[in-house]
Design a protein around this ligand. Structure first.
Ligand SMILES: Cc1cc2nc3c(=O)[nH]c(=O)nc-3n(C[C@H](O)[C@H](O)[C@H](O)COP(=O)(O)O)c2cc1C
Length: 413
């Protein structure tokens, strides 16, 4: 695992039951080379002492905005500038609400508002508090401001309930920081990576459309991983409820035809094309100009095929290194191999989607498991977070590009 050597992490600890896990978190962050300074809320002090954090971090702990000695030198601004990264773990529902509202009523919230460093948050709360629409709205609001969330995880809770809300384990938090942080090899430095993500919508009439369950999460995770690997990234996105990852140039589209156009507008200097979007295969031949009325009769929709975006890219005289996704509900690898050949791809990611024991897999979830297949090899990537799989996929793409000798594919057309 790459480490966080000399990374300056400001750890905010807030007043949740999981505050005690902050001690292990500091220890693990230091093990991978990070420097850690801890700031506690007054709530956190009810659970763990500042002395404990001081002992494990080897740095003075701050917990008061009105500390006359520290503030003589504008200590809160100095701390906000010092940090390469702010990590709030555990983050209470109350702290997340304060962060979303842009409040600065204690030292930690003031620091979060005053820093240019990326802010990462590991929530920890009762499952009902997490599911509450107020908390969910705050989380979505923060995601649009590029705050990164780690977890929460699912499982037994201190309150005796079971569900989503407990803080991710310290080891997982450290792994997420390493994945999304400074330790990623710049394997795609100077490359232009073009990615499609999300579903498309094909109009039936002005108020209805045909679409699918794609959330866009896999494509967005790949966009993040490509940026972390040093690439310039263009993300052509269907309608999704996700924030644009930092450093990504996003082009919004709705239909397959619009996605086709946007891809061909951007593909000219692309070195890599990764098609994760779940593009509709069919669209209504003649969308109605006005809302179709309920008449009691059945309605027949005549569908036609949409343009095949992936095949149109690999048919270009100078096609980028082309990666497809095969989302299937059965015989996934068989279909994937057929698609690899038929569409003349450099690589395909086989991904099972649909219902598994009543639970959706692949679509909409934060985890995935895939097999990456190319003409003379394959690699199984076991179940992991989509971001972690995205980093592995980017590394495989960089390796295959190096092995085939050029940024551009050397397939014969
Ligand atoms: C015993 C106890 C445990 C609590 N655990 C949590 C928790 O796990 N998550 C949470 O969001 N709030 C929890 N709370 C409520 C917070 O402590 C409270 O909202 C407080 O205002 C948070 O302040 P802070 O975010 O500034 O630390 C708990 C309260 C008590 C008394």
């Amino acid at each position: 695992m790459a480490d966080l050597e000399n990374r300056k992490i400001l750890l905010g600890v807030t007043g949740g039951i999981a505050a005690y896990k902050g001690i292990e978190l500091v220890r693990r962050l230091r093990e991978v080379g990070a420097r850690v300074r801890v700031v506690m809320t007054s709530g956190a002090r009810r659970f763990v002492t500042a002395q404990s954090f001081q002992a494990v971090s080897g740095e003075a702990v701050r917990d008061d905005l009105w500390d006359a000695e520290a503030e003589a030198a504008m200590g809160h601004i100095e701390l906000a500038r010092w940090a390469d990264q702010v990590l709030v773990a555990p983050a209470t529902a109350d702290f997340i609400a304060r962060l979303a509202a842009g409040m600065a009523n204690d030292l930690l919230s003031t620091l979060c508002l005053a820093t240019d460093a990326p802010v990462w948050v590991a929530p920890s709360m009762n499952r009902v508090m997490w599911a509450n629409p107020a908390t969910q709205a705050n989380v979505r609001q923060l995601e649009t401001r590029d705050v990164t969330f780690i977890g929460p995880a699912s499982g037994d809770q201190a309150c005796g309930e079971v569900g989503l809300g407990r803080m991710s384990e310290p080891a997982e938090i450290v792994a997420a920081l390493v994945d999304g942080g400074s330790g990623v090899v710049q394997s795609l430095a100077g490359r232009h990576v073009l990615i499609t993500a999300g579903p498309t919508r094909e109009r039936i009439d002005p108020v209805r459309y045909i679409s699918n369950h794609s959330s866009g999460k896999m494509g967005y995770a790949i966009a993040r991983a490509a940026v972390a690997a040093g690439a310039r990234v263009t993300l052509v996105s269907g309608p999704v409820a996700l924030a644009t990852p930092r450093g990504v140039d996003r082009v919004n589209v709705e239909s397959a035809a619009q996605m086709h156009r946007a891809v061909h507008d951007a593909v000219g200097d692309a070195d890599v094309f990764i098609a994760t979007a779940a593009v509709a295969d069919h669209r209504p031949v003649a969308p109605a100009a006005h809302k179709i009325k309920k008449t009691g009769d059945s309605v027949t929709l005549t569908l036609e095929q949409t343009p095949d975006i992936l095949a149109s890219v690999t048919a270009l005289p100078a096609s980028p290194f082309a990666v497809g996704f095969a989302a299937e509900t059965r015989d996934v690898e068989l279909y994937a191999e057929q698609k690899l050949k038929k569409k003349n791809l450099d690589m395909i990611v086989a991904n099972r989607v649909g219902e598994d024991d009543g639970q959706m897999v692949g679509f909409g979830t934060d985890e995935n498991a895939v097999t990456v297949i190319w003409s003379d090899g394959r690699q199984v990537l076991p179940r992991a977070t989509k971001l972690s799989l995205a980093h592995e996929l980017i590394a495989i793409i960089a390796e295959r590009m190096a092995a085939t000798g050029s940024a551009r594919s050397n397939r014969s057309a």
